[in-house]
Design a protein around this ligand. Structure first.
Ligand SMILES: Nc1ncnc2c1ncn2[C@@H]1O[C@H](COP(=O)(O)OP(=O)(O)OP(=O)(O)O)[C@@H](O)[C@H]1O
Length: 238
């Protein structure tokens, strides 16, 4: 499980300092799906980036199980990120010159492993695009590109998949497919998903929604319905 304790992230200094996260404490239990929501600028991406070890908090702690990410060297943190975390972004972030299969295999190569064709094929199979293995990203639809990105995130068998607005660039039907896949990652593989979203309907796929406002925790909702999430968001934005 990932635990953040009294996380604080300040950008800049002096008069221009922005407190993006202000003493946020929160646990992402293993085998659960959490959505992070809040108004624009409330600190959602910053929380995700810090929890995933991509950004360093100004103060506070991030733990993966017993491991304190802040106590690791940059190299050790990078290694941990590559092996135990997977990432999915709004803009897919696939490498345009590589085929779907090569994109999926990339995290294994970065981890110093030679990918076995069978494991790459299996990952593509899992997200339902085995027949697109040799296509470049430009030859794939947005939904297909995001499936490739999810296969890439899963190939190392990570403990946690961090997704920042994974449906933000997709139409709602394609977005639902991606959300069902993320749900399956939790239900069938017992991995953990943490997803930033603006969409109450997307958040309703999660087990729990954590709300942020002005860099602070502003409540949570278990077994969220889209209506309950939307009502809570209206309250925060009002
Ligand atoms: N690199 C940076 N330098 C300075 N300020 C930053 C930086 N990144 C984020 N911020 C500020 O920190 C605050 C939180 O930003 P963050 O991107 O985490 O919010 P968010 O909730 O994800 O927003 P959005 O929904 O608009 O993507 C904002 O006020 C933002 O302007």
């Amino acid at each position: 499980m990932v635990v953040v304790e009294q996380l604080r992230r300040v950008y800049g200094h002096g008069h221009s300092a922005v407190v993006a996260l202000d003493e946020v404490s929160c646990a992402f239990e293993a085998g659960t799906f959490t959505a992070v929501m809040g108004p624009s600028g409330s600190g959602k991406s910053t929380l995700l980036q810090c929890a995933a070890g991509l950004d360093q908090p100004t103060s506070g702690k991030v733990r993966l199980g017993e491991t304190d990410l802040g106590a690791l060297s940059e190299n050790a943190r990078t290694k941990l990120r590559r092996t135990r975390f997977g990432f999915v972004f709004q803009a897919f972030n696939l490498l345009p010159a590589l085929s779907a299969a090569q994109n999926v295999a990339l995290p294994l190569r970065l981890a110093g492993r030679k990918p076995r064709p069978a494991e790459v094929a299996q990952a593509l199979e899992m997200v339902g695009i085995a027949d697109r293995a040799d296509h470049r990203p430009s030859e794939l639809s947005g939904g297909e590109q995001q499936r490739v990105a999810i296969a890439r995130a899963l190939i190392t068998g990570p403990d946690v998949v961090f997704a920042d607005e994974p449906t933000g660039s997709l139409d709602s039907a394609t977005g639902r497919e991606v959300l069902r896949l993320l749900r399956a990652v939790v239900d069938q593989r017992a991995q953990t998903v943490v997803m930033v979203t603006h969409d109450p309907r997307a958040a309703a796929y999660a087990d729990r929604v954590v709300f942020l406002a002005d860099g602070r925790l502003a409540g949570q909702l278990e077994r969220p319905s889209a209506d309950a999430v939307a009502a809570r968001m209206t309250g925060l934005e009002g």
